[in-house]
Design a protein around this ligand. Structure first.
Ligand SMILES: Nc1nc2c(ncn2[C@@H]2O[C@H](COP(=O)(O)OP(=O)(O)OP(=O)(O)O)[C@@H](O)[C@H]2O)c(=O)[nH]1
Ligand SMILES: [Mg+2]
Length: 360
């Protein structure tokens, strides 16, 4: 099951209490204070796990509570700390405070961690409170309380290229030919019900290769923004792609007009907002192996030519046009990656996360 939204409760461990106690030994009539400190409570930490693809595991467990640190004991014995609770999440998880919607973290790379709630400090035992005037302190600190909060987790896939198009345009077939992803493919609309990610490896000169990721999402139809078809809820998964590839079916059996078909999708992206219609995009005429005389292909080629949109003619069935398109995609992805590095996007977001950690 592909789950991309969950609400969970997290509570870090309370610190253990400090202890009030005095040495009691034979021949030491008035032993001084010997109460030990309480142990620290564990944090709740999120960590990006490369093995996870959805938030489904968190759907089944909603509460995450860390045990309190052990209390301090006699003879200066320190209470044990409790370990941090690590919650694995998939790459692309955005964590917000469920009440204030404040951003807690945007976890974008494997192994990345964020402390969501910090455990309480252990209280100091009475050994710390001895002074010249107070030889027998009857006081110790209680452990600091842990923190608790409700968090909203949302997965927004991270991919370089997002595939968009009407149902049946050939999106899943394309991702399965380009990568090792094997989504369901069928000749009826809305075959794809959840997003798929594929990794494309492109061999370059001198044995070098480049990889980029592609996201295949369920098909869109006119009125999707009003909830028609499967609606637009899956569009969030291409919000973070740097490039969109519109697939338009130009085969003879398809009934639509390719220029209109492209415009329907462009309009849905515009109505969705969130910058999707401003993203760089390319167009691929699909299924050219069964395009008959190619009149639809020609109409779409002319339309894209007029609008100066990069245009390809491909067939997943025969492989026609594929190399050309892949090389254009990878070059564009590289340009866009460099641009986003120049804008210093990722380090800045990392910095926010670190700052956030400190604030929490
Ligand atoms: N002849 C031919 N058929 C293709 C080609 N690409 C896809 N098809 C067929 O078109 C139909 C739809 O393909 P899908 O890949 O499932 O289309 P989709 O865009 O993912 O559809 P949804 O998931 O419903 O949005 C299937 O029957 C595919 O076999 C192609 O290049 N040539
Ligand atoms: Mg599909």
């Amino acid at each position: 099951m592909f789950i991309d939204q969950v609400k969970i409760y997290v509570k870090s461990g309370d610190g253990g209490d400090g202890c009030v106690s005095f040495r009691r030994e034979k021949f030491v009539p008035r032993g001084g204070p010997d109460g030990g400190d309480g142990g620290r409570g564990g944090d709740v930490v999120f960590e990006v796990s490369p093995q996870m693809a959805t938030l489904v595991d968190l759907r089944y467990q909603q509460h995450y509570v860390v045990k309190h640190g052990e209390h301090g004991g006699r003879k200066k014995s320190f209470g044990k700390h409790t370990s941090d609770l690590i919650i694995p999440v998939p790459k692309g998880t955005v964590i917000r405070d469920a009440e204030t919607a404040e951003l807690v973290a945007d976890l974008t790379h494997p192994g990345q961690r964020v402390v969501a709630v910090k455990g309480g400090r252990g209280g100091r035992g009475n050994t710390h409170f001895k002074s010249a005037t107070r030889q027998a302190p009857q006081m110790a600190e209680p452990g600091q309380k842990g923190e608790e909060r409700w968090l909203q987790l949302e997965l927004k896939l991270l991919a370089d290229v997002g595939l968009v198009g009407l149902p049946n345009a050939g999106k899943s077939t394309l991702i399965s030919t380009l990568s090792s992803a094997h989504p369901k493919i069928a000749d009826y609309p809305f075959t794809t019900l959840e997003p798929n990610l594929g990794v494309v490896t492109v061999e370059r000169s001198r044995g070098k290769s480049t990889q980029f990721t592609v996201a295949d999402i369920p098909g869109l139809i006119s009125g999707a923004h009003e909830g028609k078809g499967l609606g637009i809820k899956f569009l969030k998964h291409i919000e973070r792609t740097s490039l969109l590839l519109h697939l338009v079916d130009v085969s003879e059996p398809a009934t639509g007009d390719p220029v209109d078909d492209l415009e329907v999708i462009r309009e849905e992206l515009r109505l969705y907002h969130h910058g999707l219609s401003e993203k760089p995009f390319m167009v691929a005429a699909t299924k050219v192996d069964i395009a008959g005389e190619g009149l639809k292909t020609k109409a779409l080629r002319q339309d894209c030519g007029k609008k100066k949109i990069p245009f390809f003619e491909v067939s997943s069935a025969t492989g026609k046009g594929m190399d050309d398109m892949i090389h254009s995609l990878v070059s564009e992805v590289e340009v866009l990656r460099k641009k986003s590095q120049a804008l210093d996007v990722s380090p800045a977001s990392d910095k926010n996360i670190t700052e956030n950690q400190d604030n929490i």
